[in-house]
Write a protein that binds this ligand. Structure first.
Ligand code: NAD
Ligand code: DAU
Length: 333
């Protein structure tokens, strides 16, 4: 059966990677609903088959529009969010509007139309781990978010759980670790440093650079979400991760050496307030119960490919670069 999917936030980083993945690996038809905020870029959706893809510009908090679109599709994958921690420290309000009210609006439509709903979330809902703690997050780790961003994502997860239990909405949730790959906005760590080097700007490391993130390629995130959408158990949460723990200093040094620069050619800058120390995902449940495995497990190769993508796609990121650096400069970052 050819399925009709609605993908919210499909013009963003991970949403656009998912749309490319779905159209390449299934016969599904995709409608993207995206507000095209500063983080959305229609160029990320270039080259998709016109007979299986449609773009709708709009807000997930627009009840009338959401109601119409839910009536036209079989299932919904919800990526749309305000996604950047540093922005949430500067101005939390859009995070509440989109991540909380937007998700609420979608859940009400899923309830009314009885549509399969998959909610995309983050490992940041669990707070952070100590650097020397061998533990990793599991589906049973208590919620303990640190930032306005992660607290609104935690709130959205809890709304989904409540709509499943109270109203029988047929939903699943996934919480993934840090993604990297093509189409990521230059405000984020890895593309910021790659494009800095391309522009002759020294990479910027928050604090001592010891914070650990658990990196996964965006295409592996997409294959995991498709697996959950197809085979996940309704009401369940699945953690997505690819055993990619690295500290920020090592990542900056890898980018510099891969780009032919001295290993130490970076600056330490003002740390992020409330900066989470370490994230680490135990994805045993997804792997054993649904049979998913990541494909991109060579991080050095993945970074090399990502560097090449930014080198070859300067028109995609150049219009946003100066504004991002001006914002960081106001924060001493
Ligand atoms: P992004 O900021 O690159 O993209 C977000 C997209 O949502 C943009 O296209 C934007 O225009 C759209 N959007 C924002 N507000 C909207 C609204 N009100 N209505 C419609 N569209 C709106 O984000 P991303 O990094 O691709 O993250 C996507 C999702 O994945 C988010 O839910 C995020 O919490 C989650 N996530 C991200 C990561 C990561 O490493 N980036 C990891 C785990 C989970
Ligand atoms: O863990 C999943 C989360 O990963 C997602 O939910 C978020 O949407 C996504 O933005 C990401 O959050 P982080 O805050 O971990 O990502 P960011 O790219 O902003 O930063 C990664 C690490 O690098 C973090 O420890 C802060 C640090 N950093 C970031 C920037 C932009 C620097 O040292 N220098 C920088 O210039």
């Amino acid at each position: 059966m050819v399925r009709k999917l609605l993908v919210t936030g499909g013009a963003g980083f991970i949403g656009s990677n998912f749309v490319h993945h779905v159209l390449a690996h299934t016969d599904d038809h995709v409608t993207v609903l995206d507000k095209l905020t500063y983080a959305g870029n229609l160029a990320s959706l270039d080259g998709l088959p016109e007979d299986r893809f449609r773009f709708v510009e709009g807000d997930i908090a627009d009840q009338g529009l959401v109601d119409t679109l839910f009536g036209e599709v079989d299932a919904v994958v919800h990526y749309a969010a305000e996604s950047h921690n540093d922005n949430s420290l500067n101005d939390p309000r859009p995070f509440l509007d989109t991540n909380i009210i937007g998700t609420y609006t979608l859940l009400e439509a899923a309830r009314k139309h009885d549509r399969r709903f998959h909610h995309i979330s983050t490992d940041e809902v669990y707070g952070d781990l100590e650097l020397d703690d061998p533990a990793r997050f599991t589906e049973n780790t208590p919620y303990n978010p640190s930032s306005p961003y992660s607290s609104t994502k935690a709130g959205s997860d809890l709304l989904v759980r409540a709509w499943v239990r109270s109203f029988g909405v047929i939903a699943t949730i996934s919480n993934c670790s840090n993604n990297y790959g093509p189409y990521q906005h230059v405000e984020k760590f890895i593309p910021r440093q790659i494009t800095n080097v391309i522009r002759g700007i020294r990479p910027k490391l928050y604090g001592a650079g010891e914070n650990v993130r658990d990196w996964i390629h965006a295409d592996d995130h997409s294959s995991a979400v498709l697996t959950i959408l197809n085979n996940g158990v309704i009401g369940e949460t699945y953690l997505i991760g690819a055993d990619g723990e690295k500290n920020n200093k090592d990542v900056v040094e890898l980018i510099l050496t891969t780009m032919g620069q001295p290993r130490d050619a970076y600056d330490h800058v003002t740390d992020r307030p409330g900066h989470d120390l370490r994230y680490a995902i135990d994805s045993t449940k997804l792997r054993t119960e649904l049979g998913w495995t990541p494909k991109y497990q060579n991080f050095e190769q993945g970074i090399t490919n990502t560097i090449t993508w930014y080198q070859n796609n300067e028109p995609w990121w150049a219009p946003t670069k100066d504004g991002v650096e001006a914002f960081y400069a106001t924060r001493g970052q």
